[in-house]
Design a protein around this ligand. Sequence first.
Ligand code: 5GP
Ligand code: ZN
Length: 115
Amino acid sequence: MAEECLFCKIWAKEAPAKEVHRGDDVLAFEDIRPVAPVHILVIPKDHIPTIKDLKPEQAPLLLRMIDLANQVARDRGISRDGYRLVINQGPQAGQSVYHLHLHVLGGRAMHWPPG
Ligand code: 5GP
Ligand code: ZN
């Protein structure tokens, strides 16, 4: 756990969050500023700052994050119409929290290319 990391604190329940699903090493919770009718974040327990820091041996963890994202999409009823999974990396992509997270966005039509 990184002391000053918001998402480590959410994992440790030291900061509040509307949890959607808690697994052994992955957690889904509602984004505090949703940009779509469904906007859920999926994080790993481990403090991995960005997707660039993911090591090859952590690939199964990324798969568990994606599995949970797919499950959340099914549970929220957006699986058939479609949804978007987003990982922002670095300032130009808009990453604001440096603990790896997967955005699950859905419930409305998505634009392409993204803004
Ligand atoms: P990023 O911009 O790093 O890809 O995404 C960070 C996300 O975390 C943003 O969508 C932002 O709304 C969300 N966020 C920031 N602070 C909090 C918080 O305290 N609680 C929750 N649930 N989400 C947060
Ligand atoms: Zn962290």
